[in-house]
Design a protein around this ligand. Structure first.
Ligand SMILES: C[S@@+](CC[C@H](N)C(=O)[O-])C[C@H]1O[C@@H](n2cnc3c(N)ncnc32)[C@H](O)[C@@H]1O
Length: 225
């Protein structure tokens, strides 16, 4: 969060007072993505194989609409494009992350919808067939933020939509990127998302960080009733 000194506040133009407060996590994540390369962040995957496999088995139809929530600089969007999916949206609180992904994809990135927003404060303008979130929901350690995320998830999905959500497992790390996380089993994660979604598949993955340590993730595939 930006802390303004008295001096700064006294010279702030009146229009700025009307601006919405900056999402509290934006500064943190912009700083991360402006200073660290892909191989300097623990969550980086050169090939997000588990996510691709779960998306393809949930929805082989290439017309499926997919949103990657908190996509960061993930290569999931590259791989979805190369498989042939074309209705793709990547949302992240960090504009710096989205800019890096757009630059990496070049011309191909022009076919993707890029949204810079805090998921807990966002109103989806449409719904998607697949909602994908790897290592984002677990940052919401307060009930009110979890509830806000789940409300947005409900607006952004419809009957039959699939939500693929991965968090640190119960034996995963207690922090990520210096921030505390809420860890889940597939059962507790599905229960937290709520009975509007049916648990159709789950699994564990041991992720190897770019420097060779391991982190256990719990994955759930949930179908909107
Ligand atoms: C651990 S990284 C995971 C990135 C990506 N999902 C992956 O698997 O490579 C967490 C991501 O969530 C994003 N994020 C954190 N809080 C967010 C929020 N409130 N709204 C949207 N994105 C958020 C961060 O900017 C970051 O890109």
């Amino acid at each position: 969060m930006t802390i303004l000194s008295q001096t700064t506040m006294s010279v702030m133009p009146p229009a700025a007072l009307d601006e919405k407060p900056m999402p509290k996590s934006q500064d943190h994540w912009d700083q991360v993505y402006s200073t660290k390369s892909d191989t300097e962040v623990s969550w980086h995957q050169p090939h997000p194989e588990r996510s691709i496999g779960l998306i393809r088995s949930a929805t082989p139809n290439l017309e499926t609409s997919i949103i990657d929530v908190g996509g960061g600089t993930s290569h999931l969007v590259d791989e979805l494009l190369s498989v042939g999916y074309f209705d793709l949206t990547v949302l992240d609180v960090s504009q710096a992350a989205l800019d890096r992904s757009k630059a990496r994809l070049g011309r191909l990135g022009k076919n993707v919808s890029w949204i810079a927003a805090d998921i807990t404060m966002w109103t989806p303008p449409r719904s998607w067939d697949v909602w994908h979130d790897r290592a984002v929901f677990h940052f919401f350690t307060e009930t009110k933020d979890q509830d806000a995320y789940i409300s947005v998830l409900r607006i952004g999905t419809k009957h039959g939509s699939v939500a693929i959500i991965a968090t640190f497992a119960l034996d995963g790390p207690e922090r990520c990127s210096g921030l505390p996380v809420q860890r889940y089993s597939s059962t507790t994660l599905a229960a937290r998302i709520g009975s509007e979604f049916e648990l159709v598949a789950d699994g564990l993955e041991t992720h190897r960080t770019p420097w060779g340590s391991t982190q256990n993730f719990a994955y759930v595939v949930l179908k909107r009733r």
